[in-house]
Design a binder for this molecule. Sequence first.
Ligand SMILES: *Cc1c(COP(=O)(O)O)cnc(C)c1O
Length: 420
Amino acid sequence: MDDPSLADARERDAADPLSEVRDRFFLPDDLYMDGNSLGLLSADAEAALDRVVEEWRALAIRGWTDADPEWFSYGERLGARVAPLVGAREEEVVVANSTTVNIHTLVGTFYDPSRGSKIVVDALDFPTDHYAIRAQLRSRGVDPEDALRVVESRDGRTVAREDVLDAIDDDVGMVFLPSVLYRSGQLFDIEAITEAAHDAGALAGFDLAHSVGVVPHSLSEVGVDFAVWCHYKYLNAGPGALAGLYVNERHFGVTPHLAGWWGNDKETQFDMAMTYDPAPHAGAFQVGTVPVLAAAPLDGALDVLDDAGGVEVAREKSLALTDYLVDLVDARLPECEIGTPRAHEERGGHVAVEHPEADRVSEALRDRGVVVDYRPPNVVRVCPAPLYTRFEDVWRVIDRLETVLDERLYEDYSVGGGVT
Ligand SMILES: *Cc1c(COP(=O)(O)O)cnc(C)c1O
């Protein structure tokens, strides 16, 4: 790289159009590189939460209809706000449930062995995705060992595009893959995978947990069938915040696998009929009463992203930050490897810095004011979330990492100190 100095990092910050957005967040003293596990609280998210608490105090039951905005349609309204981030039509998105529950209901709804009995997944997925899919298969009397077609990784980090495409044939009824692998940060080609699935007569679903808010998507245009994601990572909506889901409009009217009164058509919900009348849009996939307190912070968090210029602007800054991080590792840390693909079109928002002592190195960093996480066997996962991370922060993280390695400070820690 041209200039690995702190002064250069500061110049980059001075030229950064997002530098003021950072002031809307409550920033810890530590260098926070974990925004892909839990994004930070903003004053806006806090105010949105305070508002519903106040409405609860003042309005009680009337909040469902008289709060501003009313609670009754909170999930649909937030869905409409999130829809542009994933490139969907407003009615194709709802904010509801948790990511794992959304996988259960969507895979349960759309798994149709008459299209093909196999479900394509990959070996590096986030485990909960496989747990949910396996449970859905078992509930249908299908042995997951028979039905899951797991695309293996050749290098333990990434999944080769051609291996994914080769796995999709006429026996496949569904492809369910992540947008971004949670460990290495590899970004999949959603368009090519969806096209291959459709060519084979299969449906294409995606887990966008590691990309929503940092990588733009165009789900409707590409024709993706369904997708899930959470809002507590890059979207900063708080621990366990309500999740999101997308269902392409061509599937409107199906009966969701997990039926519940909150997915009923709003027009007839309070008729209290014993038979379920699903909403004619993605809202049908809600299950129980919208947890308003777990939904509200997203409202404020989305204001921050909107004011920053939207997800395209966040993506641009994110790529600049991760490029910078990769360049600094190359220039200063010869004993580390980058486990994340370098091409922009194959990279999400975080970087896997690999070192054989990654476990102890991560602990040593945490003790020195750098919040990263360790992912076995050898990854220090570093996420410079674009809305609140400066180039100077990245510089300081690499500087401290260099000290920990050069002075072998990690030797003071024991292996197995903990995955956080
Ligand atoms: C974070 C994450 C989840 C989390 O699921 P929850 O139901 O919110 O606990 C699921 N899948 C992927 C790929 C993730 O990155």
